[in-house]
Design a protein around this ligand. Structure first.
Ligand SMILES: Cc1cc2nc3c(=O)[nH]c(=O)nc-3n(C[C@H](O)[C@H](O)[C@H](O)COP(=O)(O)OP(=O)(O)OC[C@H]3O[C@@H](n4cnc5c(N)ncnc54)[C@H](O)[C@@H]3O)c2cc1C
Length: 442
């Protein structure tokens, strides 16, 4: 049975908002096998995932390619920002600061937002399948973020995976995990608290160290006898090596121990033991960060790259300067899911800033394709501020710049600002205000 859009709207079958039809979330009344959204007559861009990359792409596509219909599909009812969420864990910012409406920007910029779980992608038919029906596309922008690769530790051992996910969550994906981590920090009465860091590449490389500083600040301020052990697979803290090292030594000497070269070999979440290449560690509580990979949707779309041995890289293989697939040029991937972009430095830092820049670049590329023009590379940058002290508020930062070298490849330069100071915290607030205004303002 085929439903028309009018039928669906009458039935309130999906939660969506367009410039013309603001609706609230409604129960599902339609088969996932039918079309969720008949063609409007315009060519359509579907954005799969409404995080930092997807939201930015939706807004800027409407500006750069006003003749195209833009549809954004996202499972969460509201936008939750991972950037600044470490500060939320210790009440530097409140919940309203991180949460944004999906409805208001969709109305303001004139795209359609549908709250739904994406269940599959049929590249042959150019359809995105959702729990509520499929959506046809001419262009697809995949912006699924990351997944936690529990299999790297536990294989198919569901019991160990579920126990770890439930008891030692990490809050690295926009979800209710953040509330669990906040609760965990507050209820810790003392003892050894372990943080495992994923091997690179992973989401927001400096953020685990920032989180360590802010957790240590909380326990120091509340006089909790906590020892925080950071198990880091890298040989040294990176990025902002000196700034974080000095913060650990100057501010949290009695609390934080950073253990380099501590790659995880085995995790026993039931007996709370971790075996690493730097020795074995017992813990009372923990944030157990597994390796990160491109989000599930990138796997479902079949865009994961292969290494020279023919193994999955875990990340999407896209053109390093245009972010589309060589054999499917109207399929773009943006944000953390993107794989290595240069033999000189590997991956772009997996940050909200980079996701924002890539989304804007892809809006330009799609507008060019729609007009029949050849897309040209758009050079991006990256910037991250990390709060290391909350009394007084002091931050450090890292900036990355990129250029295309004479070899035609991307080159990266990095500037660490290790000198912690209030001014960088103020810059962080200005940065995030600009970013939220850029994609989430309604
Ligand atoms: C603690 C922490 C601190 C950080 N600090 C900073 C910072 O200071 N600066 C900075 O630039 N970056 C920071 N980041 C990194 C930043 O959050 C990510 O790089 C950014 O969110 C990547 O954007 P994205 O669009 O690729 O993924 P996301 O923002 O994660 O968006 C992906 C979206 O896809 C949706 N999705 C996935 N699968 C489906 C599906 N099947 N169906 C429907 N929807 C789906 C998800 O719900 C999600 O909303 C931080 C991250 C963390 C965890």
């Amino acid at each position: 049975m085929n439903f028309t859009r009018r039928d669906l709207l009458k039935a309130g079958a999906f939660a969506s908002v367009t410039a013309a039809s603001p609706l609230a979330a409604q129960p599902l009344l339609v088969s996932p096998a039918s079309s969720l959204m008949p063609r409007s007559g315009k060519r359509r861009v579907v954005i799969a995932g409404g995080g930092w990359g997807g939201m930015t792409a939706a807004r800027h596509l409407r500006e750069k390619a006003p003749d195209l219909e833009v549809v954004m599909l996202e499972r969460n009812p509201v936008f939750w920002s991972c950037p600044l969420s470490n500060k939320w864990l210790i009440d530097v910012v409140d919940t309203n600061f991180l949460v944004h409406s999906y409805m208001a920007p969709a109305r303001r910029h004139g795209y359609t937002f549908v709250q739904t779980e994406i269940t599959g992608i049929d590249r042959g038919k150019k359809q995105v399948h959702t729990a509520q029906g499929y959506v046809d596309y001419d262009w697809l922008v995949l912006a699924p973020g990351i997944r936690y690769a529990f299999e790297a530790w536990f294989g198919n051992d569901r019991k160990a995976i579920d126990h770890t996910r439930t008891n030692f969550p990490t809050a690295y994906i926009p979800s209710a995990e953040h509330a669990l981590v906040k609760q965990k920090i507050r209820s810790f009465k003392g003892g050894t608290f372990v943080m495992t860091l994923p091997p690179p590449p992973h989401r927001c490389p400096p953020s685990p160290y920032e989180r360590a500083c802010l957790m240590a600040w909380w326990w120091k301020t509340h006089k909790i006898p906590a020892k925080l052990v950071i198990l880091d697979p890298k040989p040294r803290i990176a990025p902002i090596t000196v700034g974080f090292r000095e913060a650990f030594e100057d501010l949290y000497k009695d609390i934080v121990t950073h253990v380099p070269n501590a790659g995880v070999k085995e995790v026993d979440p039931f007996n709370k033991v971790i075996k690493t290449t730097a020795g074995d560690f017992k813990f009372d509580d923990a944030l157990l960060m597994t390796p990160h990979q491109a989000g599930d949707l990138a796997w479902k779309a079949g865009v994961i790259g292969k290494n020279p041995k023919g193994q999955d890289t875990g990340w999407a293989a896209v053109d390093p300067q245009l972010y589309n697939l060589k054999d499917d040029p109207q399929l773009f991937v943006i944000g953390d899911a993107v794989g290595a972009v240069s033999p000189h430095f590997g991956h772009y830092p997996k940050s909200g800033h980079v996701a924002n820049r890539q989304a804007k670049a892809v809006a330009v590329h799609i507008a060019d394709q729609a007009k029949g023009n050849a897309p040209k590379p758009v050079i991006i940058d990256n910037l991250c501020y990390m709060l290391v002290n909350n009394s007084p508020r002091e931050a450090i930062s890292v900036q990355f710049d990129y250029k295309i070298g004479p070899d035609g490849l991307l080159h990266q330069s990095q500037i660490d600002d290790n000198d912690r100071r209030a001014e960088l915290w103020e810059s962080d607030l200005r940065w995030v205000a600009y970013m939220f205004e850029d994609f989430a303002a309604g």
